[in-house]
Design a protein around this ligand. Structure first.
Ligand SMILES: [Zn+2]
Length: 117
């Protein structure tokens, strides 16, 4: 995409089109503007592990999932699909941990607001 060097408007756009603007780790729908703004490109096999900077190694993920999976280590014998499954499992585990915090510390704040209304 001429003139844009970032992942949303530039090199990542074709990847996001390929994956229908949907996070491949958590299912986040990135089609609407505020959500699209949270999309990133992940290298399935990280570049630090020797992953290629090629389309076949690129996948659309949301910012949160990219962050959650950013420091994972991988056996280089794994296939891309196996790596994706490991990353999805990490995201699912992390979401469960965050959900517990949200349920205990965030949702009660809204429940109080709703009781006042
Ligand atoms: Zn995600």
């Amino acid at each position: 995409m001429k003139g844009y060097g970032d992942s949303l408007r530039g090199y990542g756009h074709a990847t996001h089109v390929k994956y229908n603007f949907k996070c491949q780790y958590c299912g986040y729908d990135g089609r609407a503007f505020p959500n699209w703004f949270q999309l990133t490109v992940d290298h399935i096999l990280p570049k630090g592990h020797g992953g290629a900077n090629e389309d076949a190694n690129k996948i659309t993920v949301c910012h949160a999932c990219n962050s959650i999976t950013s420091r994972m280590e991988f056996d280089l014998r794994l296939t891309p699909d196996e790596i994706i499954e490991l990353k999805r499992a990490r995201v699912k585990d992390r979401q469960s941990e965050y959900f517990e915090f949200w349920r205990e510390h965030v949702s009660p704040l809204y429940l109080k607001e709703w009781e006042v209304l």
